[in-house]
Design a protein around this ligand. Structure first.
Ligand SMILES: [Zn+2]
Length: 485
């Protein structure tokens, strides 16, 4: 009997060991963040995922595991090598991962810059050209001034990485990406114009201001809210306008005036009737500068055309959460919920993508411009920051005139008892850049935050957020309506 018992227990032990071996072969514990060879900051996050219901220990301390299976910890590193262990216990099986992270105090890098001199050299703008204030860079590019029409000649001053520094007027310069310029024959003179007659007309759904020039001059255009006007600085131009025709059936434009703000800068000042802006566009027709300002539509969702953009798609996954959920899928799902809610209110919705495909930023802008949308909402999820804390929801605008739109939507979103990450202005997002239509970017919550990943993974919560976006939009439209009385 004794021998038999021993045999049985030996057999059981073998079974347990082979089960452990099988579990290790089908390893489910995955480290997502933190397995970095060398880091330059002592605050270090380790996140990972395992089947829900596991007990996870990071450096022998039990950490919280979320319903998505994600877990994480914040570690404080010492200079040099740091040993980190992650252990996961699931019933009788156990897995562990060990790795080492080296913390090094960083030495600041020197910025690279090339200085070249281009005497009397000019370039000409191509489709998609825009001006930047400086040669600075960030994730989405340097800070933009505005887009420029095609065929504008600019004098070169310098070259900084992929940008040309160009002269706009005697005291004005800006930066332009080289890819949006082409060379012009050597010896071409910089453009200069005397302004000629203007006309201000009602062109149907917009008012149009046309200023005749002798050549295509660069311009800087911006909206001011108090006084309520659009300023158009035409560089390399001097006033010679003695005739400004203004018709009486104008809907967007109250009246126009000008100021010679520098000897070679002519500023057209366009006073507007309505407090809220519905977009404007600038282009050249021959050598005449054409500024089109859209009339305020009926401020109700019924009959309005709304562009809805699901961020990323196809090979562009966007952010990926700790448990492997993809931003592009959340964005698309929320976009359909938003579409449904907007259609219930009688709006017509134009999607920039209706399935999991790649669509470039330029294609998205073109889809919305072609559909002549009244307004654009882009849906994304955020990433970055603290992985163990709630980071919050946020809305973004690029042009100051769309701040109230972003603000109204944010106010409704935070009613869901989520953190307010902020109302973010001057944001350099490609879909916020066009001036042709009002736009807002909604960054629902953070994919990288474990508690928010759990919320985002709930279709019910996604839907609640989109209902709040529509409520915010309605609040905005009633503000617009009140302003018209
Ligand atoms: Zn995104």
């Amino acid at each position: 009997m004794k021998t038999n018992l021993k045999l049985i227990s030996a057999f059981i032990l073998t079974l347990i060991f082979s089960a452990t071996a099988i579990a290790q072969n089908n390893s489910t514990l995955r480290i997502v963040r933190g397995k970095t060879d060398t880091v330059f900051t002592p605050v270090h996050f380790v996140t990972g995922v395992d089947v829900p219901g596991s007990a996870i220990y990071i450096n022998d301390l039990l950490v919280k595991q979320y319903s998505t299976g994600s877990f994480g910890a914040e570690l404080s590193l010492v200079e040099g090598d740091n040993e980190i262990s992650v252990r996961s216990v699931k019933g009788t099986t156990e897995e562990s991962v060990k790795f080492s992270v080296h913390f090094k105090i960083a030495v600041p890098l020197q910025r690279t810059k090339t200085d070249l001199y281009y005497p009397n050299r000019l370039v000409m703008t191509k489709k998609g050209a825009y001006l930047n204030y400086g040669a600075g860079e960030d994730r989405l590019g340097g800070a933009k001034i505005n887009f420029l029409a095609e065929g504008i000649k600019l004098e070169l001053l310098d070259s900084v990485n992929n940008l040309y520094k160009v002269k706009l007027s005697q005291n004005g310069y800006a930066y332009i990406p080289k890819q949006f310029t082409e060379n012009v024959p050597f010896g071409t003179k910089p453009p200069f114009s005397l302004t000629s007659s203007w006309s201000v007309t009602n062109a149907g759904k917009a008012d149009r201001i046309r200023i005749a020039l002798q050549e295509r001059q660069p311009y800087i255009i911006y909206r001011e809210s108090d006084p309520n006007r659009l300023m158009v600085e035409i560089h390399g131009a001097a006033c010679n306008s003695n005739w400004i025709t203004q018709y009486l059936d104008l809907k967007a434009v109250d009246y126009v005036h000008y100021r010679q703000t520098a000897p070679d800068v002519f500023t057209a000042i366009i006073y507007l009737k309505d407090k809220y802006s519905w977009g404007y566009s600038v282009d050249y027709v021959g050598n005449s500068l054409d500024i089109t300002i859209r009339h305020t539509p009926e401020p109700t969702l019924k009959g309005m055309v709304i562009g809805v953009d699901a961020g990323h798609g196809g090979s562009a996954t966007g952010a990926v959460s700790t448990s492997g959920l993809r931003e592009k899928d959340f964005n698309l799902a929320m976009t359909y919920m938003l579409k449904e809610e907007l259609e219930k209110k009688g709006a017509r919705v134009v999607l920039s993508r209706s399935e999991d495909v790649d669509v470039s930023m330029q294609e998205r802008v073109d889809i919305f411009k072609k559909a002549n949308v009244d307004l654009v909402i882009s849906v994304h999820c955020n990433a970055g920051g603290h992985p163990l804390k709630e980071m919050g929801t946020s809305t973004y605008y690029r042009h100051i005139e769309y701040r109230p739109l972003a603000e109204n939507i944010l106010k409704r979103l935070i009613e869901l008892n989520i953190k307010n990450f902020g109302l973010i202005g001057n944001f350099n997002f490609a879909l916020n850049a066009p001036t042709e239509f009002p736009s807002v970017l909604v960054e629902a919550l953070f994919m990288s935050s474990l508690p928010e990943e759990e919320l985002l993974a709930s279709p019910k919560f996604q839907k609640d957020m989109m209902i709040k976006v529509v409520r915010g939009l309605e609040d905005y439209l009633s503000e617009v309506k009140k302003s018209l009385k």
